[in-house]
Design a protein around this ligand. Structure first.
Ligand code: LLP
Length: 402
């Protein structure tokens, strides 16, 4: 099960590196990866960490060191992955809505590519024909995921080539003799129900016979992680069992063995990350006590953007009597992290910690209000290392022309 950092470790990191601070637990990333490989021990799988969740190059190096591969959503993520030392063959680039020139660049770097529009597929075919194997991202018309903002496989989603346009895909494959090595779907994030993945496989099984050179199917990411106490998560052993059953029931008519690819983001890094912030001010209001932190939605946007729940604990006073608080940030706009939340008694100067901040936490942060992005620290084998310095005023000026 997931290994938590202790309050003492988080307080020590905050004292050494200041707050607000993102702290990551390398050992937990390793443990989560092992949970995946253990569950799928009987299946020929390849896991690509969806690095859009957290791209710090030290995290990427750790991911590589444990034997995991990497999935990228932009050419810059591809470049970061290569810089982190991944072999191009272990890098996957799943693009969406991008200019063809970015696909050409990815091809020149030798990475695996999933193409998600007919237009780019056609350009790819015209330029590379059969010479470079490629994957197709399909939209299976399956509704899945924690909320509509993070659902990507339904029939109104911009992602992937709609499965009902298969005839157009096949025409392009024939026209330019495309070498299709992979079929990809990703239906959303926070998917608890393993049957969603099985449904995805069933959709693919219907069309696999048409792709004679296929060597993998890619079921994307989206595994649900628990955010609240008592929350369910995707049952990995059950998923593995159902994937194996589906394959046993559908031998590939082309006789070719198919590897199963997954692209987990949250599953690997969500619970491995913490945002530690300090209480600037306490403010009493009728029926409400506001806690004002030295952070805001500029550092953790998930609560305001998705109504996401993050556990918040007072690590300076963990045994204090619990009271109800509205936990807010210091941004000049409403930035409520939690409303009417029971937390151990809070005083100015206390350190509060947000759990599950590893995925889409720092990565979605900004310099809104001209505030600094937090520093990042990685704890590995009990040792805390700074992996990103806190911004300085020079970073705020950045590329502004003076
Ligand atoms: N593969 C593809 C093609 C994706 O688009 C994504 C996530 C993943 C894999 C990884 O999904 P995960 O395992 O992390 O659920 N910012 C939102 C989540 C957006 C996910 C975007 N795509 C959040 O904070 O909940």
């Amino acid at each position: 099960m997931s290994q938590q950092l202790s309050n003492e470790q988080l307080i020590a990191a905050a004292q050494e590196f200041g707050t607000p601070l993102y702290v990551y637990n390398a050992d937990n990333i390793t443990a989560q990866y092992q949970r995946l490989t253990t569950a799928f021990a009987q299946t020929d799988t390849k896991f690509f960490y969806a690095c859009k969740a957290l791209t710090n190059i030290n995290i990427l190096k750790h991911i590589k060191s444990i034997g995991c591969n990497v999935d990228c959503s932009s050419i810059n993520e591809v470049k970061l992955a290569l810089l982190a030392g991944f072999e191009p063959g272990n890098v996957l680039y799943t693009s969406n809505g991008i200019h063809f020139s970015e696909i050409e660049e990815a091809q020149s770097l030798g990475v695996n590519i999933n193409i998600d529009s007919l237009s780019n597929l056609e350009k790819f075919g015209q330029k590379f024909g059969h010479s470079y194997p490629v994957g197709i991202r399909l939209r299976p018309n399956i509704m899945a995921g924690g909320n509509i903002k993070i659902s990507t496989g339904h029939d109104k989603s911009k992602f992937g080539i709609p499965i009902d346009q298969l005839d157009k895909i096949m025409a392009l494959v024939a026209q330019d003799d495309l070498f299709i090595q992979n079929l990809h779907i990703h239906t959303g994030s926070d998917i608890k129900d393993v049957d969603v993945f099985v449904k995805g496989i069933e959709v693919l099984f219907d069309i696999i016979p048409q792709f004679k050179e296929l060597s993998s199917i890619d079921l994307g990411g989206g595994f649900k992680v628990p955010y609240k106490k008592g929350d369910a998560e995707t049952d990995m052993p059950l998923l593995a069992q159902k994937v194996n059953e589906a394959f046993a029931n559908h031998p590939n008519p082309n006789g070719k063995h198919l590897q199963v690819w997954f692209e987990p983001g949250k599953f690997l890094v969500s619970a491995s990350g913490y945002l530690v912030a300090e209480v600037n001010v306490m403010k009493e209001n009728t029926n409400t006590t506001f806690v004002g932190l030295n952070t805001g939605f500029n550092h953790l946007i998930r609560p305001m953007f998705y109504d996401a729940y993050h556990q918040i604990e007072n690590i300076s006073n963990p045994t204090g009597e619990e009271k109800h608080y509205a936990v807010t940030g210091n941004i000049c706009e409403t930035d409520t992290f939690a409303w009417d939340r029971k937390i151990a008694a809070i005083r100015e100067g206390d350190l509060l910690v947000f759990k599950n901040a590893g995925a889409y936490g720092f990565e979605m942060s900004s310099n809104f209000n001209s505030r600094y992005k937090p520093a990042e620290v990685l704890i590995k084998d009990g040792k805390a290392t700074l992996i990103r310095k806190r911004d300085t005023f020079e970073d705020i000026l950045g590329n502004q022309v003076l």
